[in-house]
Design a protein around this ligand. Sequence first.
Ligand code: UDP
Ligand code: MG
Length: 313
Amino acid sequence: MEINEIVCSIIVPLYNEETVIKETYQRLKAVMDSTKETYDIIFVNDGSQDGTAEIAKEICRKDRNVKLLSFSRNFGHQAAITAGMDYSDGRAIIVIDADLQDPPEVMLQMIGKWRQGFDVVYGVRIKRKGESCFKKFTAKLFYRTLNKITDIRIPVDTGDFRLIDRKVCDALKTLPERNRYVRGLISWLGFRQTGVEFIREERFSGKTKYPLKKMNKFALDAITSFSYKPLKLATYIGSAISVFSLLILVAGLVKTRPATGVFQNLMFLITIGLFFNGLLFIMLGIIGEYIVRICDETKGRPLYIVGDKEGFL
Ligand code: UDP
Ligand code: MG
């Protein structure tokens, strides 16, 4: 090991986290100081509109182990994590949320597993405290559905709270895609992976920065990145409908049903028509989701723009 080499780089994405950042810093520092490992903390300010940047800068100026990257605007959680990795030089990289839902103490177990030779140590949420039933239910459903429709195994109930080895980080940097689902990409990479279980705590303070709209985009990024099955749905549904209508046609030829009033028949036809129109539009929407992402890739814009840096050489 070279002198001054950083063993652990801890990446903390921040979006309007002025009420938690100081506490998070204290907890991270306490845990890392107890390990005697050399470390740095990389705060990535994802275009916060509150006092996050100022507080982070102040911490940076007081502590040489802390660095700050500030985006020119909000580019999203996944872009923030990616930027942190791009600018890190630790031999191990740990990604942790800023709101203390991921307990910093779990990092010790992650480092332990890494020292045993694992390249990826992800946190498995065995319980989630202080989150709405809706969030817990949709998360459970999402991770399980994703696993069913993808060919790679993405561990269920894991978030981005994880440790990755330098070689995994370097491999991840070679994947240029824009609408990133980082935890899926890490599964796709392979290497020696293992999990440590933990209880996801309540947010220390403030509100979630993942409203339904962002959660929706996140889920669609995950699905479109790792599965083409939704596109094939059109073929399956179309085939099923064709077979079904053929059966009805045959049945109609064999036995003509007595008419039960013109109005009722008309309503029946309109409802059927609307239903299949609906299905067609859903399929168009699904195709659209993929096309939007193809557009993003062809534009080739960078994933994020760094507006300001503090503490980097
Ligand atoms: N975050 C971010 N950019 C965003 C949204 C969130 O950097 O556009 C950060 C946020 O500050 C936090 C982490 O991503 O550190 C996870 O967000 P949050 O805790 O709000 O999500 P939840 O735990 O509710 O899913
Ligand atoms: Mg959170």
